[in-house]
Design a protein around this ligand. Structure first.
Ligand code: AMP
Ligand code: GLY
Length: 436
């Protein structure tokens, strides 16, 4: 089967590595890919937002199956275009991609179908938004209604900060915002595959969105992640599936825009109860990196079953997960998520990958004129590792990151800290009991 993978980040490198290992994949083409992806695929320079170019590429190269990594082509309607010419694609139609593309659409759907989420109101008018914020008080959350690459959300600690965010987000013509209740809890990322009718529970992860250790500093696309999330008990997973994922899949079908692909629910867990913070219509990055490292079975049959409406034929036992958790540490360019320099040389990746249980995924790299690997983005590499325990996966991922030589890079030093602390507490409780 000829497979076309779209995108160029760490998520796509992890997907490329997994797709290329499938016996069903005879040829993998990536558009546009990156130097890491080039180790598993032929990279073609068509950008992820170039819908016309991607459709032409799929036809030209006789592609049998398309796997988009990022949301942008889906929100632009790529899946509709490919389906119209008979090419299966793993991902939602343009109408269904509104779950990620429009916060207002997502919130209205939750309200209509009783899906637990933060209370909210939508505004296009600054004065009305200000009046609502003043009446509600802080903390309060202000969100731009549209794709904003993780930068369209302000969790405001004061009424003034929230009003300023509303002012600035509504300053663009035609802009609209969602103002919502602040939820105090712990976040998890939950991933389910669906074909619009059936749901296949997939995986959980915990992302680290703030740029600095201890969850300080501005939000980023994600500075590291591990899987499974330490909070994710079978009971919590069942609640997320029953109250959030299944009702959404049914609601989208009832609204005439069935959702297929991966439904990524950003969930806030408050006193053991899950509330939907946001939906994404694609895998998370970096979450996809540890998730792919944990998946021991072939990914192609399940993604294809979702694309072809055959998910009911897939048994949960067709997904084989490692018992070992996995963890990914993102190496970013100093200055990220603000401005940063590009072009710095990177070495040591082979040495890092020679470490047991380690893979290094490329997120923002390029080849310099001399062929040397250079930094070419904000998030540049993902040092990912599996381990028998989360602490072991963490120490291996940091060993990998510390083996890589890149003067302009930095990383958080505490990825997975909640899970590692919980593991330590459990071990202490056991040894306490043993000693008594
Ligand atoms: P979103 O893009 O909607 O997931 O928001 C980005 C981040 O803002 C989330 O990962 C949360 O950390 C935070 N956030 C969003 N909505 C809320 C909320 N209602 N209460 C508390 N934090 C939130
Ligand atoms: N890691 C967050 C995201 O992919 O949206």
């Amino acid at each position: 089967m000829n497979i076309l993978l779209i995108g160029s980040g760490g998520r796509e490198h992890a997907l490329a590595w997994k797709l290329a290992s499938s016996p069903l994949c005879s040829r993998l083409i990536a558009a546009p890919g990156n130097p890491g992806i080039a180790e598993h695929a032929e990279c073609v320079s068509v950008q992820a937002d170039d819908v016309e170019g991607l459709v032409a590429l799929a036809q030209d190269r006789k592609i049998d199956f398309v796997v988009p990594g990022p949301e942008v082509p889906l929100v632009l309607g790529l899946a509709d275009r490919l389906r119209a010419i008979g090419i299966p694609v793993f991902g939602p139609s343009q109408a269904a991609a509104r779950l990620e593309g429009s916060k207002g659409f997502m919130k209205d759907l939750c309200a209509k179908y009783d899906i637990p989420t933060a209370a909210y109101a939508r505004f296009t008018d600054v004065a009305k938004a200000r009046a609502f914020i003043e009446k509600t008080g802080a903390p309060i959350v202000v969100k731009a209604d549209g794709l904003a690459a993780g930068k369209g959300v302000v969790v405001a600690q004061s009424v003034e900060e929230a009003c300023q965010a509303a002012d600035s987000m509504l300053s663009a013509p035609g802009a609209s915002i969602v103002v919502e209740q602040f939820l105090d809890g712990e976040e998890v990322s939950y991933f389910a595959l669906t074909d619009g009718r059936t749901v296949l529970p997939f995986a959980s992860a915990q992302d680290h969105k703030r740029v600095f250790d201890g969850d300080e500093g501005p939000n980023t696309g994600g500075m590291g992640a591990y899987s499974p999330a330490h909070l994710m008990t079978p009971y919590l997973e069942a609640k997320i599936l029953e109250r959030i994922v299944w009702p959404t899949v049914d609601a989208m079908a009832a609204e005439g825009c069935p959702f297929s692909g991966v439904l990524y629910a950003g969930v806030m867990v408050c006193n053991g109860e899950p509330y939907l913070l946001e939906y994404n219509v694609r895998f998370g990055d970096p979450e996809c990196q540890p998730i792919m490292m944990r998946l021991d079975s072939d990914i192609v049959p399940v993604l294809l079953a979702s694309a072809q409406g055959r998910l009911a034929e897939v048994k949960p036992s067709d997904l084989v997960w490692s018992y070992d958790p996995a963890l990914c540490v993102v190496m970013a360019a100093k200055g990220y998520p603000g401005s940063y320099v590009r072009g710095g040389k990177i070495t040591g990746i082979d040495a890092a990958q020679a470490l047991s249980g380690v893979r290094v995924f490329h997120a923002g790299t390029a080849r310099g004129a001399d062929g040397a690997l250079i930094a070419h983005g904000g998030r540049v590499l993902g040092g990912s590792a599996r381990g028998e325990t989360i602490a072991r996966a963490q120490s291996r991922a940091y060993e990998a990151v510390d083996t890589i030589v890149w003067a302009d890079g930095f990383c958080r030093r505490d990825i997975g800290w909640r899970a590692v602390a919980e593991q330590r507490d459990r071990a202490a409780a056991r040894s306490g009991r043993g000693g008594a």
